[in-house]
Design a protein around this ligand. Structure first.
Ligand code: NI
Length: 192
């Protein structure tokens, strides 16, 4: 397994829509090895998720996993490793919450945006089995963030008030306490 370099905002690959992976392709050793690398890279960077575009690849593959005690996102509820091939998202209602996000491809910047409170995700797992999950709250936000990547969308595009942009250092100084209280309310209200 290899830890791949993560590309950053400005690289056109982050603005392109990743293409569907066929079932035959998914079974190939090439794609299976790529999935392992994506997981390894996400873990090495302490991410909550990682999409193929972020390592310069345009196959429609993303991974989500929040390990307990994740140092980058300590307020996110743990979420088991989920490999998403050709994921599609459907909001379960119009309900949204405001959340502060960061991204491994947008170094040292965070901002506030809205995410759907609950979404259904349909995808193939790495064995090619059709799968479906309903995810809520902060976990729903993570899935929306990763599927956005596969559509060439960054969280930056969804920040409605540019005054909420902050470096991680200033977030720690001025924003973290209030946001973590807000994050606990999101978990209480919507679950994880
Ligand atoms: Ni991201």
């Amino acid at each position: 397994m290899t830890v791949l370099p993560i590309t950053t905002v400005g690289d056109p690959v982050l603005r392109r829509r990743a293409r569907e992976v066929s079932e035959d392709e998914l079974a190939s050793s090439d794609v299976q090895a790529f999935i392992d690398d994506l997981v390894q890279t996400k873990r090495a960077a302490n991410g909550a998720g990682l999409a193929a575009n972020q390592v310069g690849d345009l196959r429609r593959i993303a991974v989500v996993e929040v390990e307990p005690g994740n140092p980058r996102y300590p307020y996110k509820p743990p979420f088991p490793l989920t490999v998403l091939i050709n994921p599609e998202l459907e909001p379960l209602s119009d309900e949204t919450f405001e959340v502060n996000e960061g991204c491994l491809s947008v170094p040292d910047l965070r901002g506030a945006l809205s995410r759907y409170a609950a979404v259904r995700v349909r995808f193939l797992d790495r064995d090619g089995e059709r799968s479906e999950l309903v995810v809520r709250g902060l976990s729903a936000g993570t899935f929306q963030h990763e599927v956005d990547h596969l559509d060439g969308v960054l969280f930056l595009d969804r920040v409605t008030d540019p005054a909420t942009f902050t470096t991680w250092e200033q977030f720690d100084r001025f924003g973290r306490e209030e946001f973590e209280a807000q994050a606990r309310q999101i978990v209480e209200r919507f679950g994880a």
